[in-house]
Design a protein around this ligand. Sequence first.
Ligand SMILES: [Zn+2]
Length: 257
Amino acid sequence: MDAHFLPHLTSRQIATLPDKEHAVVVLPVASIEQHGPHLPVYTDSIITQEVLQRSLSLLGDEPGIYTLPHQAYGKSNEHIHFAGTVTLTAETLLHVLMEIGESVARSGFKRFVILNGHGGNTEVIDFAIRDIREKTGLMVFALHLFLRVAVPEEGLSESEKVFGIHAGDVETSVLLSCTPDLVHMDQAPHGIPERLLAQETPPFMGALNFAWLTDDIASEGVLGNPHTADPARGEKYLDDAARQTAAALKQVRHFSF
Ligand SMILES: [Zn+2]
């Protein structure tokens, strides 16, 4: 039994857990969306769950850290024109997060973390956590796995550092490390789309934010270069992310203001 998995407990056990002031409930949220011709649509979900499991192993017997089942459906409408993408609207995702937060509060917890493994969920989650805080009084935190947890820059090309945001070197490296059977390198597109490289300033990373859909900028659904992927770097990335996630969860447990 996974001692951290909250739904393995009974209602009475949850109602009477010790030290609920400091107990932390974690909701992992990811996506089911196209990741090019070479990676599964479950990529973000696989990575998010792998990082969380590794961080729980690092936390070992650390008491009072509980996880909910992972919320696989996120907001992925940038990938809506590709088969296999299953998306919620921003409104639906917001309601789902709000109602899970309210349930956590009703169960007597005080600290709630949303662990985000998909960039397209970011704005909705940041919006939701403040509303959950306001509505329930919970201390609510967002941990954006890909935005604020360090990506190992060594080994990445300059163009990958700028453009490698989806199904490129980093995600391909990670999947080659943890689920190599699900990676089809023979299908991986070559390099970063020419029309992206031709842009002096990427149209989605400056002060001027273009509301791109993936097929506007990458017809094969890949932003980055999968062919430089390296499973050893993928392994290091998972471990780095797990270490930082474990440290963040400990910080939430001891947080006070
Ligand atoms: Zn992804």
